[in-house]
Design a protein around this ligand. Structure first.
Ligand SMILES: [Zn+2]
Length: 372
């Protein structure tokens, strides 16, 4: 079983032992001339072949440079980043369709305040690793149980320059938190997970800025660690007791959007069931600002600050976004006027009461369904 560290980010699979081993396997081929013992026996440079390109595609993507930002990903990770079910997307609420199967989730361990193991600056995000197997999620029309592995964040530049990955009707929130979950039945086999079109379940939470300071307490605690992970590769243990429920404060987790998409970083594998919750987590602006003013993209503070760490919106390509079927009260029904009842409105005569009763019956019998 691979460890919780294997996905640094939604798709930073290059550090996974599977691919490390793959790199080692490639080495004898790469070093063919040396390993043969012959010298000065040269062959013209050869095409490294698809597998090697596949491996190389994991290298050197970024958000902040024109040479490696997301406009280049379809070129440097051609296998999936130019695919047809990519993430993130703009959720157009007028096109969202109802799905009665989107029931409540069953979260396990989300109230456990000992599951957050360590926090790390990966150079592309701030990531928190979760205890092995302590947290799971199922229900909500997910195909089976998933194990929560890590969460990480996307942000813009300060609380006023939004940096969520998904947008809703074009609205970009200040930040977005992604909880990465592996389908439990694959036992952490990354190859199996990425070959399964629903191998991963990502839970996306928008974060919205408030005018308060230092709120909520859980986020004050989490962000207090940023000063200890300013450089890429820095990581520290989380010693405070914070639960996932504490961080997801104020979110009604029965209201969400669902669609099939991808990892939002190379190699952009199309193996993700996306859940994007409608309610944002409300975090004070000063704490949000800490992300874009404290952590750097490289191993020294001479490197740029980590800002605008999100991928651009991807084409929907005919995919459907679904959500809960909502039953709402019918709009107020016009009361039939009483005979000769002109003039000052408001008074309800006894003659109107049967109509009121009928209206109530109509309301009960003919509820208006619409999708949120
Ligand atoms: Zn993410």
């Amino acid at each position: 079983m691979i460890s919780k560290d294997t996905l640094l980010h939604l798709s930073e699979v290059q550090n996974d032992e599977t691919f490390q081993n793959y790199a080692l396997l490639r080495k004898p081929v790469d070093k063919f001339p040396e390993n043969t013992g012959f010298s000065n026996v040269f062959r013209a440079t050869q095409d490294l072949g698809t597998p090697q390109i596949f491996f190389l595609s994991f290298t050197e993507w970024c958000y902040h440079l024109p040479t490696c930002n997301d406009t280049t990903w379809p070129t440097i990770a051609t296998e999936f980043c130019n695919g047809t079910r990519q993430s993130p997307i703009d959720i157009v609420t007028a096109n969202v369709q109802g799905n009665a199967n989107l029931t409540a989730f069953n979260f396990t361990g989300y109230n456990d305040n000992t599951t957050m193991v360590k926090i790390e600056n990966t150079g592309d995000t701030v990531k928190v690793s979760l205890s092995d197997g302590k947290m799971t999620v199922e229900g909500g029309d997910l195909p089976g149980q998933y194990t929560s592995i890590q969460f990480h964040l996307h942000w813009g530049n300060g609380s006023t320059m939004g940096g969520s990955e998904h947008t809703v009707d074009g609205k970009r929130y200040a930040m977005e938190l992604h909880i990465v979950n592996f389908k439990s039945k694959h036992n952490g086999n990354l190859t199996a997970l990425l070959e399964d079109s629903t191998g991963l379940a990502a839970l996306g939470f928008f974060i919205e800025a408030t005018n308060e300071t230092g709120m909520p307490e859980s986020w004050k605690t989490l962000t207090s660690y940023l000063i200890n992970i300013t450089n890429k590769g820095d990581q520290v243990s989380i010693t405070d007791h914070v639960s996932m429920d504490d961080l997801l404060v104020g979110v009604d987790r029965t209201k969400y959007y669902r669609y099939l998409g991808s990892l939002t970083t190379p190699n952009c594998n199309e193996a993700v069931v996306w859940t994007v919750f409608k309610d944002p987590i409300k975090v004070s602006h000063d704490l949000i600002d800490l992300f874009s003013t404290t952590v750097y993209v490289n191993t020294s503070s001479n490197s740029p600050l980590m800002t605008n760490v999100y991928r651009s919106i991807q084409p929907i390509n005919g995919r459907t976004v679904t959500s809960q079927l909502a039953v709402t009260p019918a709009p107020p029904t016009t009361i039939a006027p009483t005979q000769g009842g002109g003039g000052s409105g408001g008074g309800t005569s006894s003659a109107a009461k049967p109509f009121q009763a009928l209206s109530m019956v109509a309301l009960l019998l003919y509820p208006i369904f619409y999708w949120l």
